[in-house]
Every structure is written in structure tokens, then in C-alpha cells.
Design a protein around this ligand. Structure first.
Ligand SMILES: Cc1cc2nc3c(=O)[nH]c(=O)nc-3n(C[C@H](O)[C@H](O)[C@H](O)COP(=O)(O)O)c2cc1C
Length: 358
């Protein structure tokens, strides 16, 4: 048994303790199935899917692999009850949430046999979320892509491990076997990666957009709340620069345009969009322009990640994007990370004279 064979990995029969996180518009059926099939844990990014798309995606994953996989969505989505029912009926192994799910949703998922993972960005959130009865936490450091906090991974992960009595997965800035060993050293039972999996063969992000990610330098991301009112790490593009420069009225109009586009894509109702925007306002004290932007944010991300529109889209990305320069298959990536982690562990365990030569 190796150090990679953690209780979390054993629980799901994983070859490596590596989770491909739920990413809206990015981790569809192809990427999720490829990850689980290759011995990691794939998570479907379903927060941006309609119920019909969720059903179809689950069907496609199950046709490709009989290994366990997860589904990521939001506990405050209008149709959360129907989503929970679908997951239970399909025998999905894991549900994951970016924000704390309600206790009621956690209880319903548990009653249906699912394992529940929530992402946290601060030790005090970890304690709060643990009280909801979730089974494991992803501790995502500020380096991470998408919505993110300010505490770096190297500080957050050990602090969360100390704060709660739950399995913790380290996220934010992980891309290789060295990061995996570091996570284990901090007390995590594995790693969860977003940006690294976005840049694989099986990710359906258009090639031109992948090229834009690959060209980014380590200082090529920025954290802004201009997209939807909550701090989000994205690539520094011309579009984002324009968004940051534009005044409230321009943002309002831009947001309204994208909110309308979103209705076409997701089937969300105007009322649903509005209440989502208003909920963001209540949570974060947003302005009218921000409310509309919040409601339209998924359409902005879709424009780039699905349609390949680099001029009118938002590209969530972790800082690690600046250290990634290839597009491996998921299987090659997992093997490479696992092999490298074992070599690093062996080197660390070797006597000093051997270590110096190595
Ligand atoms: C393009 C993109 C989309 C994301 N969408 C979601 C999402 O829908 N739900 C979620 O829980 N996290 C989302 N995240 C965050 C990731 O799940 C993950 O926690 C993060 O990417 C980890 O940091 P890393 O990018 O440094 O690996 C997203 C991240 C990226 C890069």
C-alpha cells in the first residue's frame, strides 16, 4: 500500500487520490467519464445544465464507465429537489457544491446514498460546513480558478485539516505529482484540480480557447467581483479589462444582453434569473448593475468556453495556468502525476546521500 492509497481513494476504489472538479460549461460527460474511467474521480459540472441536459450527461457517463463519479450543482438552484431526485435515481456516487448546501439538501442526498463534498475557502467556513453533515471538504486556496478566496493553498489546507474531522482534498494551484505529495504532507487525502483538467484532450473547450489558456503567464489571472458580485479568478483578457473600466450603466446593458442569451441556453425563467440576481444582492450587497451581471454571468462564461468567443467571454482560470504548457489525455495526466508522486515520495524517504544524487 502506498501513501497515495488514502482512505478517500479507497472509499471510491480510485487508482490515484485525484478529483477532477465540477466546472460549469467545462466538465461535461466526456471529461467526467474519462477521469473516472482512468482511475480518478470525475465530477460533472451541472450547475449550468438544464434538468434534461443533466439526465443526458449522466446517461452518457454511465454508458462509458461503471466507475463512480460525482455531480456538481448549487443547493440554491430553483429545481434543486428535482436534481437531487435525478442523482438518487441514477445511483450517482457523489454530490459536490461550491457553496455550502443546506442541511436539508445534505440529508436528502444522504438518504439517497450519496457522499457529499463541499468546497471551502477559509478555515471558519470549514467548521460551519462540517456542521451541516457533509462527508468531505475541498479546501480551495486563493490560487484556484473560478470563485475563490484569499487564503493561499499552503496555509488553507493544513488549517482546514486541523479545524475539522473530515477528509480534506487540496485544491488551488495543483498540477503535478509534487503538488499531490505536498497536499498529502499537509494532511489532505488527495487533490482536486480544475484548470489542469480543463487543459486536457477530453475537455471540450474549443482549441482556440485552450490556446489562449496555454499562452497565459503565471501573473496572467486576476480576481474580480465585476462578473457576478463574488470574487472570481479569471484570465486577464481585453474583455475583463473593459468590464473593469466600464461604468454602472454599461455593465447593466452588457449584463442584460447576456442574461437574455442565458435564457435561451439554460431554460431558466426571467423570474429565476431575477431571484438569483436578488439573492446575490442580499448576500453580497450588490448594485443594480451587479444584480444583472450576476444573473448573466453563466452566459458570459459560456460565450468563451463553449462558443469560443474570446472577445465577449469570461475565462475562469487558476494561477497554475501559467505553469501548464501541454494538453495530455486525462489518462496520461493521471499516470504522470501518480508516477511522479511515487518517485518524489521515494526520494524523500531515501537516505541523504542517495537523495543528493537523485
Ligand atoms: C473554468 C472553471 C469553471 C469552474 N466552475 C465551477 C463550478 O461550476 N462549480 C464549482 O464548484 N467550482 C467551479 N470551479 C472551481 C473548480 O471546481 C476548482 O475548485 C478550482 O478550479 C481549483 O483550482 P485550480 O484551478 O487551481 O485547479 C471552476 C473553475 C474553473 C477553472
Amino acid at each position: 500500500m502506498s501513501a497515495l492509497d488514502t482512505p478517500f481513494a479507497r472509499r471510491f476504489g480510485l487508482k490515484w487520490p485525484i478529483v477532477q472538479t465540477g466546472m460549469g460549461w467545462v466538465s461535461g460527460a466526456r471529461l467526467t467519464a474519462a477521469t473516472s474511467d482512468a482511475g480518478g474521480l470525475g465530477v460533472l459540472g451541472a450547475a449550468t445544465m438544464t434538468l434534461g441536459e443533466l439526465d443526458a450527461a449522466i446517461g452518457r457517463i454511465k454508458a462509458r464507465t461503471d466507475r463512480p463519479f460525482g455531480v456538481n450543482f448549487r443547493a440554491d438552484q430553483e429545481d434543486v429537489d428535482a436534481r437531487v431526485d435525478r442523482l438518487v435515481a441514477a445511483g450517482v456516487a457523489v454530490a459536490s457544491f461550491a457553496r455550502a448546501p443546506s442541511k436539508e439538501v445534505v440529508d436528502r442526498l444522504h438518504a439517497g446514498g450519496l457522499y457529499v463534498i463541499a468546497t471551502v475557502g477559509a478555515p471558519r467556513h470549514a467548521e460551519k460546513v462540517a456542521k451541516l453533515g457533509v462527508d468531505a471538504l475541498i479546501a480551495q486556496g486563493g490560487e484556484g480558478g473560478g470563485h475563490t478566496g484569499v487564503v493561499p493553498t499552503a496555509l488553507l489546507v493544513p488549517a482546514v485539516v486541523d479545524a475539522v474531522d473530515l477528509p480534506v482534498l487540496a485544491a488551488g494551484g495543483i498540477r503535478d505529482g509534487r503538488g499531490l505529495v505536498a497536499a498529502l504532507a499537509w494532511g489532505a487525502q488527495g487533490v482536486a484540480m480544475g484548470t489542469r483538467f480543463l487543459l486536457t484532450q477530453e475537455s471540450t473547450v474549443p482549441d482556440a480557447v485552450k490556446a489562449r489558456y496555454l499562452a497565459a503567464k503565471i501573473d496572467g489571472t486576476t480576481v474580480t467581483d465585476a462578473v457576478d458580485g463574488a470574487p472570481q479568478r479569471v484570465l486577464q483578457t481585453d474583455f475583463v479589462a473593459a468590464l473593469l473600466r466600464s461604468g454602472p450603466l454599461a455593465r447593466l446593458l452588457r449584463g442584460a444582453r447576456h442574461a437574455l442569451a442565458l435564457r435561451r441556453y439554460t431554460g431558466a425563467t426571467v423570474g429565476g434569473l431575477l431571484s438569483e440576481g436578488l439573492a446575490m444582492r442580499d448576500r453580497h450587497g450588490l448594485s443594480a448593475a451587479q444584480v444583472v451581471m450576476a444573473a448573466s454571468a453563466p452566459a458570459l462564461t459560456r460565450a468563451a468556453l463553449v462558443d469560443g468567443d474570446l472577445d465577449a467571454g469570461v475565462l475562469p482560470a487558476g494561477q497554475v495556468v501559467g505553469l501548464i504548457d501541454d494538453l495530455p489525455t486525462v489518462e496520461a495526466l493521471l499516470h504522470r502525476m501518480g508516477d511522479e508522486a511515487l518517485v518524489v515520495l521515494e526520494r524523500l524517504a531515501a537516505p541523504p546521500e542517495v537523495r543528493r544524487v537523485g
